[in-house]
Design a protein around this ligand. Structure first.
Ligand SMILES: O=C(O)C(=O)C[C@H](O)C(=O)CO
Ligand SMILES: [Zn+2]
Length: 280
């Protein structure tokens, strides 16, 4: 197995306004998450979140520390959320085995020394999307299935934004230090996510789009509401949203995405909304 690691620094909104397409993509897009028997990690200095992907095919993959953490093991001072978007998988945490099926999640608490990840069937490998953030406390490791989620139904067919939000790792479901994660699924015919848009300067966020059909794309919007830019994303790519940025997208078909947040609070509803007519 291999671990591939990349580091991204933070940005300010005045500099960002001068970025062209290539620079925007280089700073905010995470283009590759899933590679066979590889742990892919992107460490953003925005709230020190690590965004990554693990796709075990022939091997059991170990989540190892990287030099930048200067830690004996990956979760020495961190917590971790994993959501499986592939075939059935297994996560072993310090000898305890969890079966994590398609669209199920697991929270792994600070201090867990050994995290081993494998697929149940190498012909249909698991794909674990991960977010990890610094943690001040060791909360218990727990699997969170689809039925455990807090479900929100938002939007409508008329405004092309009908969607179901499944809050998986949020404070009403599980105890975490600062990490929150969930999954939003657009209904057929609906293409707009997070519209009306919002910002929340208390928390940064990362989005990972998947189930984007072959040949289709999602145009992701970012930036302060009066200075927006866009980045086109393809299937199974992620994008970093700094604390000053809105995050919203429109697809050429419906799709699903995973959102993950970290920062000042665990209050999902703490958002400053921006109505469509207010956007620039
Ligand atoms: O479609 C939506 O609206 C979302 O999924 C919003 C995200 O959950 C989010 O941005 C939370 O801050
Ligand atoms: Zn948000």
């Amino acid at each position: 197995m291999t671990t591939k690691y990349e580091e991204r620094y933070a940005h300010n909104p005045r500099d960002y306004a001068g970025y062209g397409t290539e620079r925007l993509r280089g700073e905010f897009l995470v283009p590759t998450l899933f590679e066979a028997d590889t742990v892919r990690l992107t460490y953003t200095h925005v709230d020190r979140m690590i965004v990554g992907g693990i796709m075990p095919v022939k091997e059991t993959v170990l989540l190892e520390s990287v030099d930048a953490l200067r830690a004996e093991y990956f979760l020495e001072r961190r917590e971790l959320g994993l959501i499986n978007i592939g075939g059935a998988g297994k996560v072993e945490v310090d000898g305890t085995l969890f079966d994590i099926d398609h669209k199920e999640a697991i929270y792994v608490g600070r201090g867990s020394r050994e995290v081993k990840i494998s697929s149940s069937d190498s012909a249909n490998p698991a794909k674990f999307y991960l977010n990890s953030t610094p943690a001040h406390h060791a909360y218990p490791t727990r699997k969170v299935g689809q039925n455990d989620a807090n479900v929100l139904e938002l939007g409508s067919g008329e405004t092309c934004n009908q969607r179901v939000i499944r809050q998986l790792l949020v404070k009403d479901v599980i105890e975490t230090c600062q990490l929150q994660m969930g999954m939003t699924e657009l209904a057929p015919g609906s293409v707009w996510n997070t519209m009306p848009a919002h910002t929340h300067s208390r928390r940064m966020e990362a989005y990972m789009y998947f189930n984007v059909p072959e040949g289709q794309t999602v145009c992701h919007f970012m930036g302060p509401p009066d200075e927006t830019r866009h980045i086109f994303l393809h299937n199974e790519q992620a994008v970093i949203s700094p604390t000053w940025s809105l995050h919203s997208g429109v697809g050429t078909s419906n799709y699903t995405f995973i959102w993950g947040m970290a920062g000042e609070n665990l209050d999902y509803a703490d958002m400053d909304h921006v109505q469509p007519h207010q956007l620039r």
